[in-house]
Structure formats: structure tokens, C-alpha cells
Design a protein around this ligand. Structure first.
Ligand SMILES: Cc1cc2nc3c(=O)[nH]c(=O)nc-3n(C[C@H](O)[C@H](O)[C@H](O)COP(=O)(O)O)c2cc1C
Length: 196
């Protein structure tokens, strides 16, 4: 059984990004995949300390909950992240999580021993949701995801951005948004299954 790793960084359980992520993941489960969710806000971890100890072997020496994340990314078959927009970007929890992959940057570029081989190109998907109805509000977050995926040898297969949703559960008012997210999940999984 293939595994989709879902990264949920919002502190608001059952909030808009959570609901969209669940819908995306429901499509994966309906397609016979297993889903494992990481709730970033519940993790105990520090931001990258720029100690550069990872330059030696590509491994982070900071012993906290991030240590359980690295092997999960390696062993999963695909990755989906869903973030609320805060101050025009992804939320701080997700950015802090991403920065802890500096060790993978060293593994790939300095040591030439990436944890996921370059040609494996694991598939990934990004969902973001914000209150303000301006297109550029998701662009900063999507740009960071592109850089992140490139560094960890994932391919951004697609993304969804929803604007105009602020209160907890607002996305439930628009069933077509949930349907679009479910369909995106189904298509994402189908494209991976097709490739074998
Ligand atoms: C600290 C903070 C900053 C925010 N900044 C923005 C913003 O810059 N642009 C925007 O569109 N929405 C902004 N929002 C609104 C959230 O993106 C919106 O409420 C979203 O639906 C929250 O998703 P969640 O329910 O998954 O947490 C902000 C919310 C918070 C708490």
C-alpha cells in the first residue's frame, strides 16, 4: 500500500487548511492509499540554528521531533502540504519545519548524497488558503514550496489556492471548493498510480 504524507501546519484544528487537506487525503484513501498526517503545530522542535554540523554528513544534530519526520519523508510515496496564509506567506510553523531541511540541502549539494535520489523525484502537492481575495497572497508561499521541493528532490505536481476564507470552517460554505480539492487529490493519486 502506498503512503501519502500529509503536513498540516495550522494551529487551528478543523480550520480551513485542515478541512481542505482532509478532503485531499480522503481522495487518496478512496484510491487505496494510506495517509499519515503530521501536525506541525503539535511538534516540539526548534528552528534551524545554522550550526552547520549537518555539512559533515547531511544529518541534523538537533534532537527533537524533526528526527521522526526525516525518515517518514524518505519512506512515503508522495507529499501534500496545506498552509494558511499569514502575513502574505506560509505560516511560521511550516516555514520553521522547512528550514530544518537545511541538512538535506547539504546532503544534496555539498555531499552529493541526497536522501531521496534525484531521479526518484517524489511527487508533491501544495494547498494554501487565505482571507484576502488577492491573487498574490499565495504566490510567496508557493514560491517557497517550489524551492523546498527542489531541495528535497520532490516535484510539485500541482497546487490549489483558495482566497476569501477567514473564519474557522468557512470553506464548508462552498461545497464546490471541497469538491475541487477532492478531485485534485484523486487526479494527483491517479497520475502517480499510472506512472507505477
Ligand atoms: C497571524 C495571521 C496572519 C494572517 N495574515 C493573512 C494574510 O496576510 N493574508 C490573508 O489572506 N489571510 C491572512 N490571515 C487569515 C488566514 O489565512 C485565514 O483565516 C485562513 O482561513 C486560516 O486558515 P486555517 O483555518 O487553516 O488556520 C492571517 C491569519 C492570522 C492568524
Amino acid at each position: 500500500m502506498k503512503t501519502l504524507l500529509a503536513i498540516a501546519p495550522s494551529p487551528r484544528r478543523g480550520g480551513n487548511s485542515d478541512l481542505l487537506l482532509q478532503e485531499f487525503c480522503r481522495a487518496a484513501e478512496d484510491s487505496g492509499w494510506k495517509v499519515e498526517t503530521i501536525r506541525v503545530n503539535d511538534m516540539k522542535f526548534r528552528p534551524c540554528q545554522a550550526c552547520d554540523a549537518c555539512a559533515k554528513d547531511g544529518r541534523c544534530i538537533v534532537q527533537d521531533d524533526m528526527q521522526e519526520v526525516y525518515p517518514k519523508i524518505i519512506s512515503s510515496d508522495a507529499l501534500v502540504l496545506a498552509s494558511p496564509i499569514t502575513f502574505g506567506s506560509m505560516n511560521a510553523q511550516l516555514k520553521m519545519f522547512i528550514d530544518r531541511f537545511q541538512c538535506w540541502w547539504h546532503a544534496k549539494y555539498n555531499l552529493k548524497k541526497p536522501f531521496i535520489p534525484e531521479d526518484a523525484r517524489h511527487p508533491g502537492f501544495f494547498i494554501c488558503v487565505g482571507a484576502i481575495k488577492r491573487k498574490e497572497y499565495c504566490e510567496s508561499a508557493a514560491g517557497i514550496i517550489r524551492v523546498f521541493f527542489h531541495n528535497i528532490n520532490h516535484v510539485l505536481k500541482g497546487s490549489l489556492s483558495f482566497r476569501g476564507y477567514d473564519e474557522k470552517g468557512d470553506v464548508l460554505k462552498d461545497p464546490e471548493v471541497l469538491a475541487e480539492t477532492y478531485k485534485a487529490g484523486r487526479d494527483f493519486i491517479a497520475s502517480i498510480d499510472k506512472e507505477g
